[in-house]
Design a protein around this ligand. Sequence first.
Ligand SMILES: [Zn+2]
Length: 400
Amino acid sequence: MCITKINRIRIHESLFDIALDVEKCIISSITPSDSHSAGVKAAGDKDAEGLLYLPATADMHIHLDKHFLGEPWRPLQPFISLPGQLAFEKSMLASLPTTAAERARRLIDLLLSRGTTKIRTHVDVDPQIGISHLEHVLQVREEYRGVMEIEIVAFPQQGLLRSDSLHVMKDALRAGAEFVGGVDPAGLDHAVDRSLEATFELSAEFNAGVDLHLHDPGHLGLYTISRFAELTSQAGKGGRTAVSHAYCMGQVSEAESRELAQQLKANDVAIITSVPLDRPMPRVDQLVAEGVRVHVGSDNILDAWSPFGNGDLLARGSKLAEKFGWILDDALLQTYPLISAGPLTPKEGGPASFMLVSAMNAQHAIASAPVREAVFSGGKLAGGKWAEAAGVNEADAAFA
Ligand SMILES: [Zn+2]
């Protein structure tokens, strides 16, 4: 099924007809709807009947290779220590009957169905599994090219220095990962400066960005982020580095986290959060006020760390807005840049990746996270009720 024109899409308060260039994956025209717009006039036309336009979402923290979607239920164990949890996760992953490629496809299909068309995925590498997961994810990235934009982080989950993963990280970056990952330079590697310096040396050697998982708490975490920002500046990597989680920024005083936020802004380091409810998290309202780039990601979806999550970034944005008490219109709307892959107001010639929902306006949509009536990615119908009705599944869109 190929839809080339959608009539009566609501953009803010007004109705428009949008034409799609499926070849170029762009919106080729946006014209005000008139009395002739209702109904279906030609093959390829579809009447949105006033459904609201929203940009597609971007999930900037997701692990395609390690989740249990589509598997029998697997009970978790209490979290006692990070090394213990890492060993538990490794044994669970080794017991899965599926390949990393099969798992990646399942999760991508779920994300597409919920309106996400861009992701950053962190793929485990270590001396035991080598880059086997990464090779699968690279293959899947090609399968979904044009439908799901995928940034890949080589992720030394067992600790870069702790697990002696420098060589395998180089293999991963050579193979096609474009970000150097890392995790807890203090908690796992027991060497903040040495671990971060090794991370940035890798990023320099392979012209890669850097995306660090940081659970290290309090002032230890604060020092780590500050050093990370310094190294970003020294390496000229502003705009290409991010710290995920950064719980420590919610554990120190407001004044301390503001000072660090200003350093992050000055060095253009982003913060990525999964909006956890069970622990302190960065003060996103403060980060936004200080001009720091903030992104949202699912991180855990039914994996060895947590059973929670459903891949719905609009719902996660709603959780973020509610957590910070963003009830005013401007506050609700400031959620979109944190979760979106495009602007709230589409442009002719812009990417044709968006979703249609039943909501009064964008404020209402972030507050209510309604079901996706339709998801378009690169101009193709890729998810939502329209796709279900047409018998299109996400894989069809990917391989069309
Ligand atoms: Zn993660």
